[in-house]
Every structure is written in structure tokens, then in C-alpha cells.
Design a protein around this ligand. Structure first.
Ligand SMILES: [Zn+2]
Length: 180
């Protein structure tokens, strides 16, 4: 019986499995476990998105973040505030969306900590807190890293503010910092 006939009948293939190809020696980039500032990360292990207009239609989000403004898109037709920013409104499918700045402050809704298994480039930073933050005045709950206090001293309801930070490779991202 051929493999195809066995598969269609729901039977297991009796064909011998191919031997695994011998593992090739890791390249110098693979041997390096921690990406240094300015060093290009292997794409599949890159924790952060590509941000230029060539790579994403949401490049304005990052352009505005470089100016210290956390922003998102809103559909002017039905007023839906979208997070994360989108290129089309999920309600009316309009692509005619507007960019709006978001509040800079919020409160921790819930948090946890990364104690192990941190993404590439963050191995030396564990433990660090991450959490969900309710932004002041809008119905948005954002996930992000929280700086400025050890996770053991964070509390639900803690006031935080948004900050942009430089990834040292031409990109930026946002995170939260404990606010006084
Ligand atoms: Zn809409």
C-alpha cells in the first residue's frame, strides 16, 4: 500500500522515516546568545517588529513613538478606538483611519514577572516585570514591560507612565515606568 492510500484510509505509514540530516555547525551568529547593541538579531528570534514604512503600513506608530508619543488608530466613522493600531476598522472595514495620541499615564491592572526564558537580548535582565495597564481616560488595556521597581514591590493599581525606549538598532518600542 502506498503512503497516500494508507493516509486516506487513516492508517499509519509503514514507510521508513528519513534519517535526520546531520546538524551543521552553528554559525558565529548562532553561537552568540546575547545580541549586542547595534547587532542584527536573527529574524525568527527577533522579539520586536520591523518598523519602517517599507516593512509595515503602521510605521507611523513608531515614528510617533520616536517623538515620545504613544498613539493608535481610530475609526472616525464610528469612533472605535483600536489597539493595537490597525490599517482597517474591524467594524466597518474602512481603511480611512486617523492617528490619535493616547494618555501617558495609567494604572497596573495585573502583572507578572519574567524569571527565566527571556527573549533574545534580554537574558541578562531577568527577573523583570510585565503587566497589563489600563490607560487613564480611555478603555484600553495594554500589555508591556514595567520598569522602575522590582516585581516584588509592584502592586495592582500602581500608577505608571508610558515611555519610549531605543532598541539601539534604529528601532523603538514602548514600556511602562513606575510613576511617583
Ligand atoms: Zn469603522
Amino acid at each position: 500500500m502506498t503512503d497516500e492510500r494508507a493516509r486516506r484510509r487513516g492508517g499509519a505509514s509503514l514507510a521508513p522515516t528519513k534519517p535526520e540530516s546531520p546538524r551543521t555547525a552553528p554559525s558565529p551568529a548562532e553561537r552568540t546568545s546575547v545580541a549586542r547593541p547595534g547587532e542584527k538579531r536573527p529574524f525568527l528570534l527577533d522579539f520586536f517588529p520591523l518598523e519602517t514604512a517599507r516593512d509595515t503600513r503602521l510605521s507611523k506608530f513608531y515614528d510617533r513613538l520616536r517623538e515620545g508619543r504613544l498613539s493608535t488608530t481610530r475609526c472616525p466613522k464610528d469612533g472605535v478606538l483600536l489597539w493595537p493600531p490597525r490599517t482597517a476598522c474591524p467594524k466597518c472595514h474602512s481603511e480611512d483611519l486617523e492617528w490619535v495620541d493616547l494618555p501617558e499615564r495609567g494604572r497596573v491592572y495585573a502583572f507578572s514577572a519574567v524569571l527565566a526564558g527571556a527573549p533574545l537580548g534580554m537574558e541578562n535582565e531577568v527577573p523583570f516585570p510585565v503587566g497589563l495597564v489600563d490607560l487613564d481616560g480611555v478603555a484600553l488595556r495594554l500589555f508591556g514591560r514595567i520598569e522602575g521597581a522590582p516585581w516584588t514591590s509592584l502592586r495592582v493599581g500602581q500608577a505608571v507612565r508610558v515611555e519610549a525606549y531605543d532598541l539601539n538598532d534604529g528601532r523603538v518600542f514602548y514600556r511602562f515606568r513606575v510613576a511617583p
